[in-house]
Design a protein around this ligand. Sequence first.
Ligand SMILES: C[S@@+](CC[C@H](N)C(=O)[O-])C[C@H]1O[C@@H](n2cnc3c(N)ncnc32)[C@H](O)[C@@H]1O
Length: 249
Amino acid sequence: MSAVPDPGLDVSPELYGQEWADDYDELEVTDPVETTAMVEALASLAGPGPVLDVAAATGRVAIPLTWRGLRVVATDASPAMLAQLRAKDPRGLVQTRVELLPDIGGNEAFSLIAVIANSLWVLPEAEQQAAFLRTAAERLTSGGRLVVDQYEINPAGYAASRVWDLHGVRFSRRSRYDSAAQRLVHQFTALRPDGSLRVRNVHLRPMAVGELLAEADRAGLRLEHAWRNWWREPYSPGDPRVVAVFQAP
Ligand SMILES: C[S@@+](CC[C@H](N)C(=O)[O-])C[C@H]1O[C@@H](n2cnc3c(N)ncnc32)[C@H](O)[C@@H]1O
């Protein structure tokens, strides 16, 4: 077993996509029922569009939003991830763009910007995460919404190794968390029935829910809803996850 790398290491933003694009939908999109709830909730918040899905990966949210008649722009650091998205979108309904957070390119305004599944955590610095919230606030239409879906920081959870089975793949996760630097590395191993083994490291800068709310407030965004899941149950401090809906003035 390889050692979990130093959480202080900065890695290329393309790395995640290079390592995960080919089996992301198989191994990472594990709960289609939840994805449907996500799409329902986002569609109800989207207004007239256009919608921007950042760090969109293979488009599990972006593609079904276009089926609701919304114009959707999906950005990601990874050309490989966006290639997977386009392969699932033969009519080219989603506009894709390779783009690095915290930037939002172009100059159009969006009625909804979505940051799903801890995707703000891919940015290694607090200042970059805050910069993204400021940029998003500037790029929303009046009354437009930013939705951020993320977990709470969980040092006890990172300390425990986990093993689980999915589609015949034996997965394990070990993590290293540097609380002073607020940097985290998850190391996933995937052992397939044919004996092949893949080891992948995901480098993150977890943002506490309180920090997210404070930075969004500083960026001029008003918290409209805080849910504990995509079924829109109310969030309470201490819950493991938040779906935060912020509104621009
Ligand atoms: C957790 S995955 C995507 C989750 C996706 N929003 C979803 O819900 O399926 C994180 C994504 O961030 C992308 N990514 C990593 N670093 C990035 C960066 N600096 N800018 C933009 N995208 C980045 C990866 O390529 C990957 O597709």
